[in-house]
Design a protein around this ligand. Structure first.
Ligand code: GUN
Ligand code: ZN
Length: 437
């Protein structure tokens, strides 16, 4: 075989299924002393150390993280804008003004390839130091922004989906493409990158406010011709945006119906936000097997609203829901901090989100939102070896609080409320160390 077998030892948490659907007892795997062995980019063994140790090939190098660690599948970020890394924490406006005042001026700078590469590297490093090993990424309108992100992701061996933004109206001239160039540029990027190593292409109309009918039609046609690509866009993030869509598309029955009409609502669609969707739209997302990316830090930062996850996953018509940082409207690369805010969004909807359910969302649930749950998002033999190792005592306050915790559920909850990038001790990509604190 190609690489030397390696193994991590320590407490581990993963999910064999969806705890929202089938309950924690049937889906959560918590192993207080586990070995995760890997070779050639895949997990080869997982289970209690005492059972796995004798099965390991001779010469396996075992790294023991000790009892205060937690080994998990790498985190999955289902909605993020890498070009907005330089404008995170921009003051004072809601979505539509925020786009005009901060986002578009920032994205204009990506005409420069050198700048684009610098930001790309910062973005990927920041993701890895927060344990994020797979992302679904918006680039800018510039085709080279996608090329450069894919080049850097390939060098790190990441499984990552991304796409050039399509935007041909209601944006500055220099950030607009056309229906034709959107098609041509996206097609060239699909041919070059989709399915190359671990990379995937996501057809990326920014949102229906910035695409003409002609461009939406072209995006739908391209997706029909390349149906195993992902498709990502924004939907029903703010009330003002929903009102604008009504003006722009009076002939359509709802916001989702705009996308649906142009062939943009089906399996492998990832819709950002969806706070203000109606029941009929949730029903349609369920039927189409499309997903919503829940981005709580962004929704609170822009004052967009609080997404009701319990409503979205209602048992009689569950919609796939993943978690997104939505940098740079989102305020943290930390998935733990994103879960903290997801907990608060759930609280405001009067449905508390348990820590175990939250960790599912951050890993296997987000992988499932991208239809990648057979490849990443959980620890099991055959899965790709993307892992994060948390330090459960990463700050003095967390260590002090952990001494009071009665059980594992409480320990896990403490991490997602108090933890941040300091809690990420190591990140592994395809079995190789990609970050160490
Ligand atoms: N809707 C359309 N574009 C964007 C964006 O860049 N960020 C957010 N949060 N919402 C959007
Ligand atoms: Zn977004």
């Amino acid at each position: 075989s190609l690489s030397r077998p390696t193994a991590l030892r320590g407490p581990a948490l993963t999910f064999s299924g969806d705890p929202f659907r089938d309950g924690l007892d049937r889906t959560m795997v918590h192993e207080p002393d586990a070995i995760v062995a890997m070779q050639d980019g895949h997990i080869t063994h997982f289970g209690p150390a005492a059972r796995i140790a004798p099965l390991l090939p001779p010469g396996t190098e075992i790294r023991d993280f000790g009892k205060d660690a937690l080994i998990s599948a790498g985190f999955v970020d289902t909605h993020v804008h890498f070009p907005q890394t330089p404008m995170i924490a921009s003051f004072g406006t809601q979505l539509l003004d925020w786009l005009e005042r901060y986002t578009f001026p920032t994205e204009l700078k990506f005409a420069d390839r050198t700048y684009t590469r610098q930001v790309t590297r910062r973005f990927l490093q920041e993701s890895l130091r927060n344990g994020i090993t797979t992302s679904c990424v918006y680039c800018t309108v510039h085709a080279h922004s996608a090329d450069i992100l894919f080049e850097e992701a390939e060098a790190l061996g990441l499984r990552l989906a991304a796409g050039k933004v399509l935007m041909d109206c209601n944006a500055p001239e220099a950030l607009r493409d056309t229906a034709q160039s959107a098609y041509d540029d996206s097609l060239a990027l699909i041919r070059k990158w989709h399915g190359r190593g671990r990379l995937l292409y996501a057809i990326t109309p920014r949102f229906a406010c910035t695409s003409s009918r002609e461009q939406l039609a072209v995006a739908g046609a391209l997706w029909r011709e390349h149906p195993d690509c992902l498709m990502q866009t924004h939907i029903a993030e703010t009330e003002a945006e929903v009102a604008w869509i009504k003006e722009l598309f009076p002939e359509r029955s709802s916001y989702l119906d705009v996308y649906d009409h142009y062939g943009l609502c089906r399996k492998r669609a990832v819709f950002g936000h969806g706070i203000w969707l109606g029941d009929d739209e949730l029903q349609r997302l369920h039927e189409a097997d499309a997903a919503i990316a829940h981005c709580p830090t962004s929704n609170f930062f822009l004052g967009s609203g609080m997404f009701d996850i319990t409503r979205a996953i209602r048992a009689d018509r569950p919609v796939r829901v993943g978690l997104g940082t939505d940098i740079g409207a989102g305020t943290s690369f930390s998935i733990l901090q994103t879960l903290n805010e997801a907990y608060k969004a759930a609280q405001l909807n009067r449905h508390p989100l348990s820590a175990a359910h939250a960790y599912y969302l951050a890993t296997r649930g987000s992988a499932a939102a991208m239809h990648l749950e057979d490849k990443v998002g959980s620890i099991a033999p055959g899965m790709e070896a993307d892992l994060v190792v948390l330090d459960m005592r990463s700050t003095p306050l967390i260590a002090f609080r952990m001494d009071e915790a009665r059980d594992f559920a409480e320990q896990l909850f403490i991490q997602m409320i108090l933890g941040d990038d300091r809690a990420v001790q190591a990140t592994y990509v395809a079995g190789r160390p990609a970050y160490a604190r």
